[in-house]
Write a new protein. Sequence first.
Length: 366
Amino acid sequence: MKLVVTQENLAKALSTVGRVASSRTSLPVLNNILLKAENNRLMLAATNLEIAITEHIGAKISSEGSITIPARLLTDYVNNLPKSNVLLELEGTKLHIGTDNYRSTINGMVADEFPALPEINEAVTLTIPSDVMKKAVTQTILTASHDDTRPILTGVYAHTRDKQLVFAATDGYRLSEKRLMSAGEDINDFKAIIPAQALQDVIRVLPDSCSEVILKVDDQQVRVLMDTIEITSRLIEGNFPDYTQLIPKELEVTFTSAKDELTRITKVASLFARESGGSVTIKTDTHTGAVSIHSLASQLGENTSEITVNPSADGQVTLNSRYLIEALGVCETGEITFGFSGKLSPCVLKPTKGDDYLHIIMPLKS
């Protein structure tokens, strides 16, 4: 293998694929990145056996070949090279890397030891505008669980309902649902649980120049194609819970607020809620036409902040302030609607305009 590639393209591709390479593994080859030169392109790939990322970059190839090289060393070395052309030349399992003033040799492992990259068979194909995909992932992965004892909740449930593509996630304490777009007449009863970590990697590496994302999903895997980048992940097995039962049909108390104002008073209240696990109490008052957020720290003091919102009824509910702040943070509209029914019923937060996003937070027992 012998080729020339630009330092900028190589460094960017190594950054894209390198974070999947695992240092905590009994298989040394999983610490490595696969380099494969063919058809005037250099392919870089890494996998941890759950997620695989590949990227193709342009290269001037004199001879084809492949090798696996330690991911961290190669990435750090290339990042420190000057912006110029980089020569890669393979001799046995030794990769010689150099520019005008830099020469290094890195010992690799033969490509045959690298796990076979996964194939997708008889897949359902979905084409999603990249901005829609990025927003949907951002608004749902924050409510996916981090508890591996319930793996079914560590993913985002992608499915069709009423001929629309829907993403949903829940950790048992909160729930988010995002309707992306029409799913098309040929896609019926589609359902897949995609690991939240895989979707986090998708938005991390999604190129600014990419206009659409293609999802290919079969019974066991999902592949996400973004221009020259591909991410393939195993799906989570099992049946996602019927989360629609958690969505209240009616709300006794509702109010509409500027998102920034509600965020500000929630953040202020959270400063006094650290002793109580982030617990804050939201109270509506129709007489004053305001909503207040109260928090108490037995050693430090207490806080009450309010804004004018003209609520529909009087009521109060106690929430985890971090959950509310995170929910507000992913709402991209300037105005939100918040509602609840009593102290123990789910609270609903959604953009005032548009009905494609819904966020539910379970209350705390005050």
